[in-house]
Ligand binder design. Structure first.
Ligand code: 7PM
Length: 268
């Protein structure tokens, strides 16, 4: 899953898709094409910055950022177009524009989101987040982060099923960095098999995240080696979708995992 951040302050590519105040749609589509050519099966288009302390984006602004990109990705590329949004109106509009996956960092908890997602008939990624982006990183505390995340995701799955969203439409995501300390993130990565045991595909987003900065002191643009290591560690523990800013490098790393898998069971 390649990340297309259409926010001006996206921490990972610092709004490089902007020309002044406006999103540069041609530059955005260049990025989309290169990610697809590099092997991305899904492109995740987000219009709301979830950076801690980021100013809330208006609904119209989020629509203006996301919908033109969804339309052109749908028209020009063979990838699944995922939309990273918590807003029900954006979910409905994006589905009408050709989106193939709803990626909600708030797991459809916003007013109207559950009904909107169900109405689109699209698959949904349910992610765990503790609190809201502007407060989530101030001393997050859990009795048992793995159990809390598993319980939350199980509850959201049950709520979705009650709304008519079938289990086979759902993807789960522990939400690395969303209200978690470095230790919480490492505990979740180590326990990924337990989350995978819930029986649904896992999506993992560790690419360029601050836990790498905290552990290694690396700036955002120097986090590729650690991001690749984390991608492999996650796949080996059950992740089946890796959300990445660096698709070509990640595809190569995961091709090594696949080569070993293709060898099959332990050779006699
Ligand atoms: C500031 C903080 C800017 C966090 C960007 C981010 C995930 C996601 C994001 C994830 C799923 C980033 C994140 N992260 N969706 N959207 N899982 N499902 O690192 O981990 O891009 S935004």
């Amino acid at each position: 899953m390649g990340v297309i951040n259409t926010t001006p302050d996206s921490f990972s590519d610092g709004g490089t898709l902007y020309r002044g105040k406006r999103l540069d749609i041609d530059r955005t589509m260049q990025r989309a094409h290169s990610m697809a050519e590099a092997g991305a099966a899904i492109l995740d288009i987000g219009g709301e910055s979830t950076r801690p302390g980021a100013t809330a984006v208006s609904l119209q602004e989020e629509m203006d950022r996301v919908l033109p990109v969804v339309e052109r990705v749908k028209a020009e590329l063979e990838v699944v177009c995922s939309v990273d949004t918590s807003a029900p109106e954006v979910m409905r509009a994006a589905a009408a524009a050709g989106a193939g996956l709803l990626n909600d960092v708030r797991a459809l908890t916003r007013e109207g989101a559950l009904a909107a997602a169900a109405a689109t008939g699209l698959p949904v990624c349910l992610m765990h987040m503790r609190g809201e982006p502007d407060t989530m990183q101030s001393a997050p505390r859990y009795t048992d982060v793995v159990r809390d995340v598993c319980d939350f995701l199980n509850t959201r799955v049950a709520v979705c099923e009650a709304q008519g969203i079938a289990r086979h439409q759902l993807v789960l995501d522990p939400g690395f960095g969303f209200g978690k300390t470095v230790e919480h993130n490492l505990q979740l990565l180590q326990a990924l098999p337990r989350i995978s045991a819930l029986g649904l595909p896992l999506l993992v987003g560790l690419s360029r995240k601050s836990m790498i900065g905290n552990l290694l002191g690396r700036a955002v643009d120097a986090r590729l080696p650690a991001s690749l290591a984390l991608a492999v560690l996650a796949v080996e523990r059950g992740a089946s979708i890796i959300r990445s800013h660096d698709v070509a490098a990640t595809a190569d790393a995961l091709a090594m995992c696949a080569a070993l898998d293709d060898l099959g069971e332990e050779q006699e």
